[in-house]
Design a protein. Structure first.
Length: 211
């Protein structure tokens, strides 16, 4: 009997309205249609107790010190890590819409220290691939529903974008930068091609941790 093959942890990152949710959904649908066990989730996971506090903050109904909300976003990832590890080891591929890098990018964009922000992310499961959807915040602001939540302002998004760029150049081995201004169909083809090659490559590798 062949040993059980693990699933891949695939993350989508980028500024607001860059198309992360659209591309996460399309990739998950594609993998499922090919019979590959796949589940989708997004961070913040707003349904947990911690996630509900985060949701209150994002929808502007609750104010919290920057350090507190930062650590709540991180805790929201830590509280789900055991479950995610189990699923990956059981062979399920996870498609995750935002992860630690959003945590760092949005807090650093507020003026917080990069290392301080990254430290509590260390030890979380390291993604096998990050698809970074990148486009000028001015063009993304023209997409629907921009501006409804706390961080959705062009000037702030430009600072977020600069932090994502910095992370992308540091983590170039598993980050895939894509021009988010392409059509959703073109982006999906590029992402699907990379993901389909990745799955068999990582299936027999141990899970790694963010360091
Ligand atoms: N945050 C944080 O501070 N710390 C953390 O640790 C984490 C998050 C995890 C909530 O995020 C906020 O939390 C977020 C960061 C912060 N900041 N804000 N604000 P969220 O993920 O819940 O946000 P969202 O409501 O899902 O929006 P989004 O992620 O910004 O959008 P998106 O998923 O990237 O885009 P989309 O929904 O796929 O597409 C947006 C629109 O564009 C939609 O009308 C599409 O039809 C259209 N679209 C999509 N693709 C294209 C292309 N290729 N061309 C043209 N139009 C397109
Ligand atoms: Mg989204």
């Amino acid at each position: 009997m062949s040993p059980l093959k693990r699933g891949a942890l695939i993350v989508f990152e980028g500024c607001d309205r860059s198309g992360k949710s659209t591309q996460s959904r399309r990739l998950a649908e594609l993998l499922k249609s090919k019979g590959i066990p796949t589940e989708s989730l997004n961070f913040p996971a707003r349904s947990t107790n911690i996630g509900q506090v985060v949701n209150g903050y994002l929808t502007n109904s609750k104010d919290l010190p920057d350090e507190v909300i930062h650590l709540l976003f991180t805790s929201n990832r830590w509280e789900l890590m055991g479950k995610l590890r189990q699923k990956l080891l059981a062979g399920t591929t996870l498609i995750v819409d935002r992860y630690s890098y959003s945590g760092v990018a949005y807090s650093v964009a507020k003026g917080m220290d990069f290392e301080w922000c990254y430290a509590p992310e260390r030890g979380l499961i390291k993604p096998d691939a990050v698809f970074y959807l990148r486009a000028a915040p001015e063009s993304l602001a023209k997409r629907s529903e921009f501006g409804e939540e706390r961080y959705e302002k062009v000037e702030f998004q430009s600072r977020v974008s600069a932090v994502f760029d910095r992370i992308c150049s540091n983590e170039s081995t598993y980050w895939h930068q894509l021009d988010a201004s392409q059509t959703a169909d073109d982006l999906h083809s590029l992402i699907a091609g990379t993901a389909e090659k990745l799955l068999p490559q990582v299936a027999t590798q141990p899970l790694d941790k963010l360091s």
